[in-house]
Design a protein around this ligand. Sequence first.
Ligand SMILES: [Zn+2]
Length: 47
Amino acid sequence: MADKPTYIPKIVEEDCEVYCKTCNKTINLTKGDPIPLCCGKPMEIID
Ligand SMILES: [Zn+2]
């Protein structure tokens, strides 16, 4: 039996915006929020 990969969300250290390349959605996060999964992948922080 294979181990399932476990998603460990990264915690953002400051207010930021994250982006999903798959569906072009953006979400605003505040400090301490975990980066959410979207479309099965972690969203990317926009600088
Ligand atoms: Zn998405």
